[in-house]
Design a protein around this ligand. Structure first.
Ligand SMILES: *Cc1c(COP(=O)(O)O)cnc(C)c1O
Length: 317
């Protein structure tokens, strides 16, 4: 590790191999992603059908909504270094790093927490480094101000990446939000309500825009705090010029934050995993399904309705 807090890996992406010429489409994503009906008594006894929208199967490494959000950005980057931001457990950083390796694009991850620079990398960041992502650690106050032009310029200067293609935290820029419309379009005619876990809300913003009239999107935030609705509105304004689709949020199921869990959630996740042979991502997907099952048990969905749960990710393998 160098003294400016950066880690580089020895196996940087090469500039040979076939997918690079054709961009993300050359990676042969499984799209539309499979839609699978599962039998679960907690829905069935209320007359509700449960479908799983298996975005976790789109690509083994560019998983789920990260594919839908990153693919248009990787194309727009046109070979420039892709610079993006995330916390130490960020699925978005991992997906960006994997994309860099697969497509031969240089990637640079700006990581929240200067103190992490002096510690061994956790498995998630170690994977990023192994995929050739250059990691640059910044203190929390710089990280908070990273979208301010002066702060961003400082980060670009410090990393020598002035000409980088900058993707925001969580990948949720307008290209990403528009990319997530496909998710709604793929579900047209299949479900009355589509539930999705939310971090930045970018996936929900795009999903809602892609659903046909009458379709409803239900976002389940994994982070505490009541501002996500405003964020989703702002994301839709930027991507589409105004509000799109019918969406709402249910903020009761976050378990206190992103990487937090509770014994109840863990038991639920293991049980659901076994019943339905679904390897379960714990930061987002488990909380969404936990909330969805609770809502079904409350009788929140009318009899005869079909609910689709978007499986936005897979466990760190
Ligand atoms: C990143 C991520 C989300 C959150 O997506 P947003 O568009 O930021 O709301 C949901 N689920 C999984 C598995 C993720 O990795």
């Amino acid at each position: 590790m160098s003294d400016n807090g950066e880690v580089t890996s020895s196996n940087r992406p090469g500039s040979h191999g076939s997918p690079e010429a054709s961009g993300p489409a050359g990676l042969r994503p499984r799209l539309p992603s499979p839609l699978q009906e599962v039998a679960d008594g907690r829905f069935a006894r209320h007359g509700v059908r449960l479908l799983l929208k298996r975005d976790d199967l789109i690509h083994p490494e560019l998983v789920g909504n990260k594919w839908r959000k990153l693919a248009p950005n990787l194309t727009a980057a046109a070979g420039r270094t892709v610079l993006t931001f995330g916390g130490a457990y960020s699925n978005h950083l991992r997906a960006t790093a994997a994309a860099g390796r697969l497509l031969g694009l240089p990637t640079l991850g700006v990581v929240r927490g200067q103190e992490l620079a002096d510690r061994p990398l956790n498995p998630s960041l170690a994977r990023c480094a192994a995929d050739g992502m250059r990691l640059h650690f910044v203190d929390r106050s710089t990280y908070r101000r990273k979208t301010e032009p002066g702060t961003l310029a400082g980060i670009l200067r410090a990393t020598g990446a002035e000409d980088a293609f900058v993707v925001p935290e969580g990948g949720s820029n307008s290209l990403a939000v528009r990319g997530c419309r496909d998710l709604g379009q793929e579900l047209a005619g299949h479900a009355d309500v589509v539930a999705v876990a939310c971090g930045t809300g970018g996936t929900l913003a795009g999903l809602a825009a892609g659903l046909p009239p009458g379709g409803r999107a239900l976002g389940i935030p994994v982070l505490r705090g009541g501002f996500l609705g405003e964020d989703v509105q702002a994301l839709q304004r930027r991507a589409f010029g105004g509000p799109r689709g019918d969406w709402s949020l249910d903020e009761r199921f976050h378990c206190g934050g992103y990487a937090r869990t509770t014994p109840g959630l863990d038991r639920f996740a293991e049980d659901f995993e076994q019943r339905h042979a679904l390897p379960m991502e714990r930061l987002y997907v488990a909380k969404m399904l936990y909330g969805l099952v609770a809502l079904a048990e409350e009788g929140a969905f009318p009899r005869g309705s079909t609910v689709a749960a978007v499986i936005t990710g897979a466990p760190l393998g």
